[in-house]
Design a protein around this ligand. Structure first.
Ligand SMILES: Cc1cc2nc3c(=O)[nH]c(=O)nc-3n(C[C@H](O)[C@H](O)[C@H](O)COP(=O)(O)OP(=O)(O)OC[C@H]3O[C@@H](n4cnc5c(N)ncnc54)[C@H](O)[C@@H]3O)c2cc1C
Length: 390
């Protein structure tokens, strides 16, 4: 082979190397594009497009039967789904989170069962949020008592993963919600939100549900193990940034239709929005690299957790700035139906409300001010080297 031929072969190889991913996301992109507007109500068609895409088991490791996606590809997938629809993105994010937790902490037989169930198209979710009447394990740890709030997917989720209080601490329970041993009652009137209606994130009472020992995943306290517990936030931030992409695209189209996209006020407004959103995405990609460093080559966990908090703040701030700019740009006329802005704005505002946002900001500030007395440059350089070597 001549050197030119070798170069040609290398180019073809590297081009082909890019194809599998675009090919892999291709059917999903096509399936989601056919839903020209986000669905009203529970996103049945969007979920079906995900099932048909070959990506439904994303979250399970490849050894457990998940698609062979690396960390960056998984985050791009979350963003892509969020672009199509935030309610769909929320449901898929919960599904992926459940599968990832089961892959990490489940016993081999449990992981095999879950792989088969996910392969058959079952919808999973993680329902952690609860009020004072939260779920507890009673009667030797094989019966449930109590309720969960914000249970995304409600009765559509037949395999919810419930972190519940047991004798030894917080225990993961994978409930067979459609089995006769389970008692799942919806608390009526518990889901009347300002946006994200389609997620059907209702309050559910599980009192009286009976469990088999095989329904307990991992040991007490596993759910809170780091870095998995905090770094999962990167996935919901990716979905939120996808929702922001969609809003920005729609606003741009609207301004163009009105012949206002060249207006200087609008240009000034959105330049600032884009820097915020793009910065959040870059920080998120950096977070994923740091997570890999911690998982596979002993990177600094404290640095990673600070990055995750930073990504949460940057995403929230950038999305709020975009929401404000979009409302100002499209005005009252744009906020009327059938324009999509009212709904997109309500959904993003609602989904941005994630647990203890001020605590994350505070933690980041304390971490920053409490760093060892060396320059931030040095610490970051060392960490970057570490990740590269890993
Ligand atoms: C659409 C949607 C779907 C969801 N789906 C799920 C799901 O499937 N599973 C699930 O587990 N959860 C789900 N959630 C819940 C979500 O993960 C968050 O737990 C919830 O949105 C946080 O509620 P909050 O905004 O009231 O947060 P909070 O954490 O209560 O924050 C609200 C305010 O209270 C302040 N605050 C919080 N704690 C303290 C404190 N100790 N002292 C002083 N101030 C405090 C915060 O700083 C903030 O100002 C969902 C939420 C939404 C919006």
């Amino acid at each position: 082979m001549t050197s030119t031929q070798q170069m040609g072969a290398r180019e073809a190889e590297s081009h082909a190397g890019k194809l599998p991913e675009s090919g892999r996301f291709g059917p999903l992109v096509a399936g989601l594009a056919s839903l020209d507007r986000p669905e009203r109500g529970f996103p049945v068609r969007g979920l079906e497009a995900l099932r048909q895409s070959g990506l439904w088991s994303a979250g399970l490791t490849a050894t457990d039967g998940g698609p062979d996606l690396d960390g960056p590809a998984l985050l791009r997938l979350m963003r892509l789904v969020g672009r199509a629809s935030l309610p769909l993105g929320r449901l898929f994010e919960g599904h992926v989170n459940a599968l990832a937790l089961i892959s990490a902490y489940g016993a081999p037989a449990q992981r095999a069962r879950v792989a088969a169930e996910a392969g058959a198209g079952r919808l999973f979710g993680v329902w952690n949020t609860e009020g004072p009447d939260g779920v507890r394990l009673i009667q030797g740890g094989l019966r449930l008592e109590g309720a969960k709030t914000f249970a995304s997917g409600g009765r559509h989720v037949t395999r919810p993963l419930l972190p519940v209080d047991g004798e030894g601490g917080r225990q993961l329970v994978l409930l067979r919600a459609d089995a006769p041993e389970s008692r799942v009652r919806e608390v009526s009137g518990s889901w009347q939100p300002m946006g994200m209606e389609g997620t059907e994130s209702v309050k559910l009472d599980f009192s009286g549900s009976r469990l088999a020992p095989d329904d307990l995943i991992g040991g007490a306290g596993d759910y809170y193990r780091q870095p998995m517990f905090s770094a999962g936030a990167l996935r919901f931030c990716a979905v939120q940034l996808g929702g922001a992409d969609r809003l920005l695209t729609e606003v741009r189209g609207y301004l163009r239709r009105l012949g206002r996209h060249g207006d200087e006020v609008q240009a000034l407004r959105f330049a600032g929005c884009w820097t915020g959103l793009h910065g959040a995405w870059l920080a998120l990609a950096e977070g994923e690299r740091l997570e890999r460093g911690v998982l596979y080559s002993g990177g600094d966990e404290g640095r990673l957790l600070a990055q995750v908090d930073a990504v949460r703040l940057m995403t929230e701030d950038a999305c709020l700035a975009l929401l404000e700019a979009s409302e100002r740009a499209v005005g009252a006329r744009g906020l009327l139906e059938p324009e999509p802005f009212g709904r997109l704005i309500r959904d993003l505002r609602m989904y941005l409300r994630q647990p203890a946002p001020d605590a994350a900001r505070l933690r980041l500030g304390h971490w920053l001010l409490g760093r060892p007395p060396e320059s931030d440059w040095e610490a970051d350089d060392r960490e970057a080297e570490h990740v590269r070597e890993g």
